[in-house]
Design a protein around this ligand. Sequence first.
Ligand code: BGC
Length: 736
Amino acid sequence: MIIKEVGYNKENYAHFGTKFLIGNGYMGVRGTPEEYTKEYMPAINIAGVYNLAAPDKWRESLNAPNPFFVKIAIGGTELALPDATNKVLLHEQSINMALGIHLRKTVFKTQQGQVNIESRRFASMTAHNILALEYIVTADFDAEIIITSGIDGNVWDVNGPHFVRHNIVDGEIMSVEGVCDNGLSVKTLEKVEIKGNLKSQSVIKEDKRILRALTFAVKKDEQCSIKKVAYVSTSKDLQIAKKTSDTNFLSLTYDELLVAQTEYWKSFWVENFVTIEGDKEAETALNYCIYSLQIIAPRHAKALSIPARGLSGQVYKGAVFWDTEMFMLDYFILNDIGTARTLLKYRIDGLKGARIKAKQEGFDGAFYAWESHENGLEACTKFNVTDVFTGRSVRTYFMDKQVHISAAIVYGLHKYTSMTGDFSILADGGLEIILECADFYMSMLSQRFSHRQDSDRVGKLELHDVVGPDEYHERVNNNAYTNRMAKFVLEYALEVLKKQTATSVSQVEKNRITAYKKKLKKCIEAICQPRTSKDGVIEQFDGYFELEDVSVDEVRSRLKDKREYWGGSNGVASTTKIIKQADVVTMLALFKNEYDIQTLRKNLEYYEKRTEHGSSLSACMYGLLHCYCDSVQDAYPMFVKSAAVDLVTPSKLWAGGIYIGGSHPASWGGAYQMMVYGFAGLTLKQTKKGITPVLNPRLPTHWKRLAFKCSIAGKRYNINITNKKHSIKSAKYKEK
Ligand code: BGC
């Protein structure tokens, strides 16, 4: 349960900052050494609080003033990374997932001897505004050690600076409040317990930060240390949080918080640990995914979702994508129904924004934001990448053409209701989402009625001018995935309407509903199916088969700059069959029961060769489909790729001049789905007794046992699978 790196390499600051993230859903704290300042991207990223710093910048989530800033000096010389790199004898960084704590150990060599730093820090899972740090210094000689620590308001921002003013307060409790020009503010308070032979202390008050310099006179091997408790809040807390934190910051001690943290994670793992006997690496990677999803789950909020890069920083503007509903949601539905509901409530609140967007784009109903901020506000711009040669912004069509986003939300609602048996969310706003997304697709269909002469298409309804999951091919017609998802929305709308008992409804209203159902049925029947080649390959979109058929390597070799964007009008992939990520394969993984196994295999084989996997959302869909096709040994590398996405050095940090680093929650969720639906083969059966789980396991041959718990329709189950037998037993558990 330990993720660890030994050795120091300055270049790793961006990757390690992400890999060693701690958090509690309210905030995420990047895993950078305490002495790092903003060039090395330390950040305390706050969930769901956004600001626009200037009209020519992107609106993005905010980072809080950093109370974990600490550095040391001995005999007047600073010992701080990365400058003192040549003096480092040992450097270790780790996350102890069993306890939810970040650990750091560094040994510096000086002329007088060795100096050790050890720190522990965590984001409290029991008090969402609280961060805690213990920082211990020892030397193997008598020394005067200065620990300088405080709150650094000089924060790292991608599209900042956001704070136009810093209110700084000195005293036993120090604070730095960053204030944006619209009054929005983020405030960090801290108090410190000091241990060791303190000789003197002073306060350093600067523009944007306040620090305490503590001078200790210590004997050889004697410790000096600080224990810090910090309280982070924003002026938006009242709107977002379920309740204001009733935490009495003044009375909390580091030691008590540590005990509570340890207890929280101990009981968490009793419920959520996944055992994979025979494959320790896969077990650790998957449990890291679970840890990582848990530390970004908005458990504190009424209605909030998870950004595509989690809480690892402001990449992708801290915005929410289809990643949540299609990739992450299943983990929460199966383990933490409260958070699953919070995620969907966020979309219910976002319906207003989705209506506005649909109208702006000339459609009816609800067109959800491709990159969603609060209240469903669209954060995606029309220019998302930069041409690396000219430095000019390139028009991309993610925002206005990636219409499959609305279907993802409806799909999420369907998963939630069918797996939990909790239909109350429909009455709480879910039904409106379903119907308005159906209206949206129907308005697109009717406007794009085909006049083409192709015999198989005459009279069919088409969806034109879209971008499917594969973003490299823009403005295409009849993307197979999008058409199927749109049809799904219409089918689900019809299903929920049929179940509605309209006893108190007037005759006029009844007639209206009947006419609406008729319209839905007509569209469902007429929505066009993708073309299929003679040997069963489904065409990704109209005209895809006519594109240049080259290998991924060939397309890569055409790049003149490795940061070049592959898609868009000039991209190297746009005129070829090379796709960014699973597209037809995602459709097949979701609707596998509609196809025979030969078709599934044929398409998997065809598209796998032609996929760059330029998105971390890709591998898990290929992996899932491999499992469904019983090619488990081919699924396994896809599982490892998804689960270990943030444990290995990232392959792609740039897309057309834009930094896209940070963590990959969708990939963690995808790995979890592969484990549950793919390897364990979990499906649900509707019986007289209600919804019950069924297993059809296909374990990788070297796995001896797979065991985990999950909740279905309010019941917790223990699942145990070996290569010889499997069982599902009721587990004792109280749904929170
Ligand atoms: C992918 C999208 C995804 C987004 C955020 C993009 O690179 O193409 O499908 O939603 O990243 O993860």
